[in-house]
Design a protein around this ligand. Structure first.
Ligand SMILES: NC(=O)c1ccc[n+]([C@@H]2O[C@H](COP(=O)([O-])OP(=O)(O)OC[C@H]3O[C@@H](n4cnc5c(N)ncnc54)[C@H](OP(=O)(O)O)[C@@H]3O)[C@@H](O)[C@H]2O)c1
Length: 309
């Protein structure tokens, strides 16, 4: 496993993190399976777990807490992060009252007395940065949360909040992978007027590199907008051939190559994987061991349907 510094801190966290979006009975995941998946991740050197209060409508946090207690993993040996700020099908809510209640509910479901990080799940247009700052201060003062981050924020939203906080935001969770490359497309198409030149996130990638913010890339194997997997998908033969060629060369799976592609970028990405299958987790965890050449990185980018002007 490769380890990276989280944000601009000295903490060494695994470059691959274990995501628990799919850890719930709706996805046919039992406590036994959740425990096995968690232990497989830990045995591969993964020391970072991500959840959210909306995953499985709270069930994922519960199952994660149970799986952790069921496993041989010590609480202090893993970095546990969850997210809040969404009231499903109603609104995003960054009010102090909601955030304080939400973090208490998450801790209770997880069966933990502190979180390593709390992340705001999706930007709330009604966000009052000072109110969020009060909530974060209180969570930290009461020993419930150690660090903070955001998810799906653009650069200005990130700065707007950061300027009101005493704590440094360490992470921003953003969708990124071979079939969701907007963060780099617009840079490659800079100064052009085609569709790919459109910047969808306020140049967050460049901002993160300058400011030492970790981008947590979510859904690395998925098509954009929850469109399903591109790996072994017959609609993407060119990309799958290119992945297979490198998988053969490096003697790993196509999934591991897709992760190596993200991690080859010089921004310090952390990739959130979502498999609940121990074999697939072991497979994916080989990604950080592979250092693609510059040409291989570009070949995969082009095979994914992108051009170089
Ligand atoms: N902040 C946000 O808005 C946001 C949004 C979405 C997700 N996330 C985070 O990102 C995490 C990952 O998202 P994701 O689950 O979409 O990621 P993903 O790892 O791209 O996709 C997981 C899916 O790929 C399959 N898969 C993985 N490795 C495989 C392999 N080697 N062979 C065959 N199939 C394989 C899994 O099936 P198996 O289980 O059968 O292996 C599962 O169906 C989530 O858990 C969550 O923590 C954040």
């Amino acid at each position: 496993m490769k380890y990276i510094n989280l944000g601009d801190t000295n903490w060494q966290v695994s470059a691959v993190a274990f995501g628990t979006w799919r850890m719930h009975s709706g996805n046919n995941v039992s406590l036994d399976q959740a425990t096995k998946a968690l232990e497989a991740a830990y045995d591969c050197g993964i020391n970072f777990i991500d959840s959210s209060d909306v995953y499985g409508r709270g069930e994922s946090e519960k199952l994660l807490g149970q799986a952790l207690r069921n496993s041989s993993i010590k609480r202090e040996d893993v970095f546990i992060q969850t997210k809040g700020g969404i009231i499903p099908h109603q609104r995003y809510d960054f009010s102090k009252e909601h955030l304080l209640n939400a973090v208490d509910d998450s801790l209770q479901r997880l069966g933990l007395d502190y979180l390593d990080a709390y992340v705001l799940h999706r930007p709330d247009p009604l966000m009052e940065p000072d109110e969020v700052a009060d909530a974060f201060d209180q969570m930290q003062r009461e020993g419930k949360v150690r660090h903070f981050g955001v998810s799906n924020f653009n650069t200005q939203q990130f700065l707007l909040l950061q300027e009101s906080l005493d704590q440094k935001l360490l992470v921003n969770q953003l969708e990124f992978g071979l079939k969701h490359t907007g963060m780099i497309d617009h840079g490659i198409h800079s100064n052009m007027s085609d569709e790919r030149s459109i910047d969808h996130d306020g140049e967050f990638l460049e901002f993160a590199r300058r400011m030492g913010v970790t981008i947590q890339a979510w859904s690395p194997f998925q098509l954009s907008n929850y469109g399903g997997l591109f790996i072994n998908n017959p609609d993407y033969p060119e990309l799958n051939q290119a992945l297979q060629k490198l998988a053969d060369k490096y003697q790993v799976s196509k999934n591991a190559i897709a992760l190596a592609w993200i991690l080859r970028h010089p921004a310090s990405f952390q990739v959130l994987i979502g498999s609940m299958n121990p074999e697939h987790i072991v497979d994916n965890a080989q990604g950080p061991e592979i250092q693609l050449t510059r040409q291989e990185w570009y070949d995969l980018y082009k095979a994914a349907g992108n051009d170089l002007p």
